[in-house]
Design a protein around this ligand. Sequence first.
Ligand code: PLP
Length: 400
Amino acid sequence: MRKEDIIRIEDEHLVRTYQKLGIVISKGKGSRVWDIDGKEYLDFMGGYGVAIVGHSHPRIVEVIKKQASKLIICHGSLYNNERASFIEELLKVSPKSLEMVYLSNSGAEAVEAALKMVRKFTGKKKFIAAVGAYHGKTMGALSVTYSNKYRAPFAPFPYEVEFVRFGSIEDIEKCDFSNVAGIILEPIQGEGGVKIPPPDYFKAVRELADKKDVPLIIDEIQTGLARTGKMWAHQHWNIEPDVMTIGKGIASGIPMGVTLAKKEIALSLKVGEHTSTFGGNPLSSSVAKAVLEIITKEKLEERARLMGQRLIDGLKDIASSSRVVREVRGLGLMIGIELRVRFQNVLFESIKKGLLMLYSGKNTLRLLPPLIINEKDVREALEILKFSIINEDKRRYIEQ
Ligand code: PLP
């Protein structure tokens, strides 16, 4: 199909809910993707943080081919070997107290299940969530998502929510807990601009949740699976959640969402109360098991720490001679570059030079590269970013 036709069909017929970047991508391998004309891009957008083991990892391709020829769908009412062995492997790398698993098909679905579980378990109706939080756009998940831009047209919501400042334990202490079903937080806010909380925050939240006897849901959809240099980002603060959500790269791009929970919370859901036709199908389960294997085998936690530090050091170096950059922050390979200006010029100039990235809000560029990136990828990304940041400095400050 011709490039113009692809763009025309999507623009005319696909519901217009995505901010398009004007590129037609047709191939991916490792840390790179190619457009339909053969132009190569270093993919620090990483399929929106999904391509943690890289694009079309040989082991993932092998597993998909093998499983696709054997069995693709097996409803949750029937047992399946691939599903069971994925659950077994997942539990080995997850917080010990989370013994129960609900399988779905996206991050938002993982959040929906988490909210319903604690709602049913506690019999209460209200949630505490953070200013700047992003948990998805289905109605339950949207209830606990902060942005008014996403929320305003769709009120009222199924859950009442009190939003507290992210990082402020005092704000949570001030909440009226009489009808609170749960507290839901991202360990590091992703869509909210790569916001890292103060070091003692999560310990205090954990203690308060225990004191008030309220379940703590940690949303690891963007931060989990070694992204921040540890398997789960909450491990940086030595706490354990009562419920945890996983999505994005868990099945390397085959849709999957996972909700892990303590037994007593998960078992509050009875037969038929929450199900999904595709949830836990053999194809996504077999791939997810392979993803967990790759994370361990290729030491991706260590790699995310190492490459993340190289990137952050390089970016801080660029920032030191730039007026445009306000702050560089991140943990592992979850990195934000906050600008004093809108991100568009730097983003589009970098894309032109062959670097794909994400953004948060109006001023922050966000890097969520595959965790398999190497020194060469880091150097190349830094060169492109230096070029486009310096150009923005010239445009904004020198030419005036
Ligand atoms: N929670 C977090 C922390 C996310 O970053 C996202 C997506 O970016 C979601 C939930 C929603 O996931 P999905 O887009 O797969 O529904």
